[in-house]
Design a protein around this ligand. Structure first.
Ligand code: NAP
Length: 352
């Protein structure tokens, strides 16, 4: 589908990994014209000097970075700035565009007290928290459809939420035992800026417990699933893009494979980007992040030990795709009543 008058979209923080992924998706979006892309450090330079995959071809524009201060009014402003920037300037940003999508954690939580407890400081614009919808279409599609302000999603929260939603919605989990989510994540989760942990000799071949307890994304999972006994443990592994959530939980007594198939099939029915991966044979029997790299897909699956009811559910995503820019573009589509999948048709690569 296409629109005669494209939506004028600007991206703030376009030199980062999330902003670069937004740009990659929106350059080919049939209803969108990207009007401005910001970077403070690279202002004036071509966008492809930072994102070489976006070297122009076949008529695609050679955009240059502008500064944040040079942003002009547009139809939708997508913010891919570090934590704290959006809440500090929300009044200004909302004057620039009638619709905002903010990839950061600034507007993901509805409760200012929970925000303060998790992030260690008071929110700078608490009255705005209620005005944002949490940007996970697989959970909040109807609210996103009519929204002007949508937050992004935490990548680890998204893998956790999508691993658990089919089971929670079907009422198949025991509620007297906590849920433990083991997350294995790639290096691009840390963004484009280098630090000691991302230095190649330190990061390469790492299997590093990054947040065994207390990961901030827990609050997003509690909010989306309505349970506060869900605990995340995050480990950095040898991967650039990707997050794999392996959820350790317990099924209601008597739960069968057939019950699980029914629950998962019901869940994916009207959720175009979610696929069931639950094969009997082969090397790709369970969800695997490398197969969804570059896509907005979430592969979900499970394994049930019927002798004792132990249930492991699994979700694989690309942290920059479904865990950030892909979901944001899906939300942009919903906010403008376009087909949810517009501009997000990439299926992934094999081998990769
Ligand atoms: N990486 C992920 O997997 C992921 C997933 C979900 C959500 N997110 C969220 O998305 C946001 C962006 O993450 P990212 O990984 O793309 O980060 P990043 O790679 O570090 O990019 C940050 C961007 O913000 C710009 N920037 C930095 N400081 C700024 C300032 N003071 N004023 C204006 N612009 C500034 C940077 O531009 P210059 O330095 O060139 O000026 C760059 O374009 C974060 O809030 C993050 O939490 C990231």
């Amino acid at each position: 589908m296409s629109s005669d008058t494209p939506l004028r979209v600007a991206i703030a923080g376009g030199s980062g990994y999330g902003g670069g992924e937004l740009l990659r998706l929106l350059i080919d979006h049939p209803c969108v014209e990207v009007t401005q892309v910001t970077s403070q450090r690279n202002a004036g330079k071509f966008v492809h000097s930072v994102h070489p995959n976006l070297r122009p071809w076949a008529g695609r524009p050679a955009l240059r970075f502008t500064t944040l201060e040079e942003l002009e009014p547009c139809d939708a402003l997508l913010l891919a700035l570090p934590h704290g920037q959006a809440q500090g300037q929300i009044e200004h940003f909302s004057e620039l565009a009638p619709r905002l999508i903010d990839l950061s954690a600034d507007f993901r939580l509805r409760d200012a007290a929970v925000y303060e407890a998790r992030y260690g400081h008071a929110h700078a614009a608490p009255s705005w928290l209620d005005r944002f919808v949490y940007g996970l279409p697989e959970r909040y599609r109807d609210q996103i459809r009519g929204a002007d302000y949508v937050s992004g999603v935490g990548c680890n929260a998204t893998a956790s939420n999508l691993a658990l939603l089919p089971l929670v919605q079907a009422g198949l989990l025991r509620d007297d035992r906590p849920i433990l989510v083991d997350l294995k994540v790639g290096s691009s989760e840390g963004g484009a800026s280098a630090n000691a942990a991302s230095h190649h000799p330190e990061r390469s071949h790492a299997v590093r417990s990054f947040a065994p307890t207390g990961h901030r994304h827990e609050a997003e999972v509690h909010q989306a699933l309505g349970r506060d006994d869900i605990h995340l443990s995050v480990t950095s592994i040898e991967l650039v893009r990707g997050a794999l959530a392996t959820v350790h939980t317990w099924a209601q007594p008597g739960t069968s494979e057939r019950d699980l198939w029914r629950a998962y099939r019901r869940f994916v029915k009207d959720r175009p980007f979610v696929r069931i991966v639950h094969e009997r044979s082969g090397i790709y029997r369970h969800p695997e992040p490398k197969l969804v790299a570059g896509t907005n897909l979430a592969d979900i699956g499970w394994s049930l030990d019927q002798t004792n009811g132990r249930l492991v559910s699994i979700c694989a995503i690309d942290n920059l795709g479904k865990g950030a820019a892909g979901s944001a573009v899906q939300c942009l589509n919903l906010m403008h009543s376009w087909d949810e999948t517009t501009g997000l048709g990439f299926t992934g690569l094999h081998p990769i």
